[in-house]
Design a protein around this ligand. Structure first.
Ligand SMILES: NC(=O)c1ccc[n+]([C@@H]2O[C@H](COP(=O)([O-])OP(=O)(O)OC[C@H]3O[C@@H](n4cnc5c(N)ncnc54)[C@H](OP(=O)(O)O)[C@@H]3O)[C@@H](O)[C@H]2O)c1
Length: 280
C-alpha cells in the first residue's frame, strides 16, 4: 500500500495515477467529501489530519511506501516520518523545494529540517527538490481574464517551471519501484526556463488576444496575494520567492522528469493550452 499524505495538487494527482495503474493507494484527507471522485477511481480515502498523530498512525497501517507532500510544516511532516518508522515503512518519497538551511525563505529552511529528519530516520528515501510549479501561473489567470495583463516581481528572471502533474507522475513512478531511487535527490523541472514575459506570449497565443506583463515591486506583489486572501506571512514568503526569480534563483533545468518518466516534461505551452479557459 502506498500512502499519499495530502490531496492537494501533487497528492491528488499522484493518487489518481497510482489507482489508474491498479496500485493499492491510500490518501489522507481532512475532508473526504472533497476526494469523492478519487474514491470512485479506487483510491482508499482515509479521513485524517496531519495535526492529529492518531489519524496518521491509522492511515499508516499496512503501508510500504509514503509520498510525503504537504504545506511542509516541520512538526506535521516529521510526525509522518516518525509514524512511518514505527510502522516499518520501507520508503518515503519527499516532495520538497530548493531546500537550504540558510535560505532567506522560511519554508525552504523548514524543508531542510524535514529532509534532515527523513535522512536521519534510517528509512529509504528519495527527495524531489522541484522547481516552481507551472500551476503558479493560475494565480495570474483572474488578472489576465479581467485586464489582459498581469504583474509580478519576477522581473525578467528565467524559471524552469515544472508542471505539478509531472511532479506527481515522478513521485508515483518512484513509489511503485523505489529501489533504484533510494538515497537519490532529484531536481524536477520543466523542459526550458522561461520568463514571465514569455509566459505572457504563450497565454496570448493560446487565448487569441494580446496579454501584457508588467513588473511589480516586492510590496506590490505581496499586497496582490494578501488581496486574494493569502495570509500575510505566507504572502511575504511567496513574494520573497517570486522576487528571487528575478535574480535567477529558479533559472535551472534538468532532465530528471523525462529520464524517470520516459517522456518529455510538460512545457509552459502545454500547461497554458490545458488551462486556456482559466486565462480566457
Ligand atoms: N508551489 C510551488 O511552486 C512549489 C514548488 C516546489 C515545491 N513545492 C512544494 O510542494 C508542496 C505542496 O504541494 P502541493 O502544491 O501539492 O500542495 P497544495 O496544492 O497547496 O495542497 C496542500 C494540501 O494539503 C492539505 N493540508 C493542509 N494542511 C493539512 C493537514 N493539517 N492535514 C491534512 N491535509 C492538510 C490541504 O488540504 P485541504 O484541502 O483540506 O485544505 C491541501 O489538499 C510543499 O512542500 C511545497 O514546498 C511547491
Amino acid at each position: 500500500m502506498i500512502l499519499v499524505t495530502t490531496a492537494g495538487k501533487v497528492g491528488a494527482e499522484a493518487a489518481r495515477l497510482l489507482a489508474r495503474r491498479g496500485q493499492p493507494v491510500r490518501l489522507l484527507v481532512r475532508d473526504p467529501a472533497k476526494a469523492a471522485a478519487l474514491a470512485e477511481a479506487g483510491v482508499d480515502v482515509a479521513a485524517g489530519d496531519l495535526t492529529a498523530p492518531d489519524t496518521i498512525d491509522a492511515a499508516m497501517r499496512g503501508v510500504s511506501t509514503v509520498i510525503l507532500v504537504s504545506p511542509a510544516v516541520p512538526g506535521h511532516e516529521i510526525g509522518v516520518i516518525d509514524s512511518a518508522a514505527r510502522h516499518a515503512v520501507s520508503h518515503v518519497v519527499k516532495i520538497t523545494s530548493k531546500a537550504s538551511a540558510d535560505s532567506p525563505i522560511p519554508r525552504r529552511r523548514d524543508q531542510t529540517r524535514i529532509e534532515d529528519a527523513l535522512i536521519a530516520s534510517g528509512l529509504g528515501y528519495t527527495l524531489l527538490r522541484n522547481n516552481a510549479y507551472s500551476q503558479n501561473l493560475l494565480m495570474l489567470a483572474p488578472s489576465v481574464a479581467r485586464t489582459s495583463s498581469f504583474g509580478s516581481a519576477a522581473g525578467d528572471g528565467r524559471i524552469g517551471m515544472v508542471d505539478s502533474r509531472d511532479v506527481a507522475a515522478v513521485a508515483a513512478e518512484i513509489a511503485v519501484a523505489p529501489g533504484a531511487h533510494a538515497g537519490r535527490t532529484y531536481w524536477p523541472s520543466g523542459p526550458a526556463a522561461v520568463t514571465y514575459g514569455e509566459a505572457a506570449a504563450e497565454i496570448s497565443r493560446v487565448i487569441g488576444r494580446p496579454v501584457t506583463y508588467h513588473p511589480l515591486t516586492f510590496e506590490q506583489q505581496k499586497q496582490d496575494m494578501v488581496d486574494v486572501g493569502v495570509p500575510d506571512h505566507i504572502a511575504a514568503m511567496n513574494a520573497q520567492a517570486v522576487s528571487l526569480f528575478a535574480e535567477g534563483d529558479s533559472d535551472w533545468v534538468t532532465d530528471d522528469v523525462p529520464s524517470i518518466l520516459g517522456r518529455p516534461a510538460r512545457s509552459v505551452r502545454d500547461f497554458v493550452t490545458d488551462h486556456a479557459d482559466a486565462f480566457r
